[in-house]
Design a protein around this ligand. Structure first.
Ligand code: NDP
Length: 331
C-alpha cells in the first residue's frame, strides 16, 4: 500500500462518507494503553503529531493487575502498577495526547488513509497507526485463581518472584516460559514445585534439562490444580495426579501461572503479518509492520522480553518510526 500526500489532500476535499465520524485524518492513532501505548503517546505528542489513543477494554493493560513494580528504572522505592499507568496517562496528556475510551473493533488497511472502527460504530481515518494492544496471560480458569490474583497468584515470575524470597512456591506450565520462570524462581525461593499436566514437557530440551538438574525444583508430572488454597493470601494448592487419581496438598505462599500468553491481535488477522502464535512481525530493528504507516510495539509483537520497560522502549521507537514515516510522505 502506498500512502502519499496528494491522496490525503484529495481525501480532505472529497470525503462525504457519513460513516466517517472524524473527517479529519488523524496523523497518529494509537491502539492500546499499556506502557507501550502511553510511551508512544508521550513521544508522538511531543513531536507535534497530535496523537489520539484508544485505551481498549482494559485501560492500563497488564500492569493494572500488578501490585508493586520494583524493576522499572527511576523508582527506587517501587511503584504500584495502576499508579504507574495513571502517571503515564497524565504525562501523555500533558503534551496534548487525546486519550479516549473505546475499543477498536475492526480495521481496514487496504488503502490510505488507514481506517479503524471503534466500538463497532465510529470509523476514523489515520495516516499512521501504532498497535500497542499488548498480550494477556492465559489463566487456569479456576475460581480460587481469580480470587487470589495479586495476593500470591501471579503470571509473571520476573515481576513478582522477588516477593517470595526464601519461601516455597508453585509454578504451573511446561513450556519454555514455565521452565525459564521456574529456574528464575529457584534462585530466589527455597523450593519450587512445578506442576506439569502431561507426562512430558513442551519446552526445549535445554530448558527442561536446566529445570530437571536444579536441586530445589521438584516436578510433579501428570498433575493438575484442583484449588489454590488460602483466604487473604496463598497458602498452598490442592492438586491431583491425573493418572492415579491421587490428591495431595502442597504448602506454598506463591502460585505462578506460566501456561502461555495470548497477544491481543485478533482484529489484525489477515491484515498484518504475524507469527504462528499471533505476535505481530516487525521489520528488523524497527517497529514497522508489513503495512506502510502501521507500527507495532509492546507485547503485541514481543513474546520474549515482555517487560514494562521493554514495552515502553518499543513504544518510543514506534512514535519515532511514525514521525519519520510522516516526514517521508510529506516530502
Ligand atoms: P507454550 O504455549 O509454549 O507452553 C504453554 C505450556 O502450558 C504447555 O506446556 C501447556 O501444556 C501448558 N498449559 C497450557 N494450558 C494449561 C493448563 N490449563 N494447565 C496446565 N498447563 C497448561 O507457552 P510459553 O509461554 O511457554 O512459550 C511461548 C513461546 O515463547 C514458545 O514458542 C516458546 O518457545 C517461546 N519462549 C522462548 C523462550 C526462550 O527461548 N528463552 C523463553 C520463553 C518463551 P501442554 O504441553 O500439555 O499443552
Amino acid at each position: 500500500m502506498q500512502a502519499d500526500k496528494a491522496k490525503f489532500a484529495a481525501h480532505f476535499e472529497s470525503n462525504t462518507n457519513p460513516q466517517l465520524m472524524d473527517k479529519q485524518v488523524i496523523s497518529c492513532l494509537i491502539i492500546g494503553s499499556g506502557p507501550a501505548g502511553y510511551t508512544a503517546a508521550i513521544y508522538a505528542s511531543r513531536a507535534g503529531l497530535n496523537p489520539v489513543l484508544y485505551t481498549g477494554p482494559e485501560p492500563g493493560g497488564q500492569l493494572m493487575i500488578t501490585n508493586d513494580v520494583e524493576n522499572f528504572p527511576g523508582y527506587p522505592d517501587g511503584i504500584m502498577g495502576p499508579q504507574m499507568m495513571e502517571d503515564l496517562r497524565k504525562q501523555s496528556e500533558r503534551f496534548g495526547a487525546d486519550i479516549r475510551s473505546g475499543m477498536v473493533t475492526s480495521v481496514d488497511f487496504s488503502s490510505s488513509p488507514l481506517k479503524v472502527t471503534v466500538d463497532e460504530e465510529k470509523t476514523f481515518e489515520a495516516a499512521t497507526i501504532i498497535i500497542s494492544t499488548g498480550a494477556s496471560a492465559k489463566w487456569l480458569g479456576i475460581e480460587s485463581e481469580s480470587r487470589l490474583n495479586g495476593k500470591g497468584v501471579s503470571a509473571c515470575a520476573v515481576c513478582d518472584g522477588f516477593f517470595f524470597r526464601g519461601q516455597d512456591v508453585i509454578i504451573v506450565g511446561a513450556g519454555d516460559t514455565a521452565c525459564e520462570e521456574a529456574t528464575y524462581l529457584s534462585k530466589l525461593c527455597r523450593k519450587v514445585t512445578m506442576l506439569v499436566r502431561r507426562g512430558e514437557m513442551r519446552a526445549s530440551t535445554i530448558m527442561q534439562n536446566r529445570v530437571l538438574s536444579t536441586a530445589n525444583i521438584e516436578v510433579l508430572w501428570n498433575t493438575e490444580t484442583l484449588e489454590i488454597l488460602g483466604e487473604d493470601g496463598v497458602e498452598g494448592a490442592r492438586v491431583k495426579n491425573i493418572k492415579t487419581g491421587e490428591e495431595q496438598t502442597i504448602v506454598a505462599t506463591g502460585f505462578f501461572v506460566a501456561i502461555g500468553h495470548q497477544p491481543n491481535t485478533r482484529i489484525f488477522n489477515g491484515v498484518i503479518d504475524m507469527d504462528e502464535n499471533g505476535y505481530i512481525l516487525t521489520d528488523k530493528v524497527s517497529t514497522r509492520t508489513n503495512v506502510a504507516g502501521v507500527f507495532a510495539c509492546g507485547d503485541a509483537q514481543d513474546h520474549i522480553y515482555r517487560q514494562a520497560i521493554t514495552a515502553a522502549g518499543t513504544g518510543c521507537m514506534a512514535a519515532l518510526d511514525a514521525e519519520r514515516y510522516l516526514a517521508s510522505i510529506e516530502h
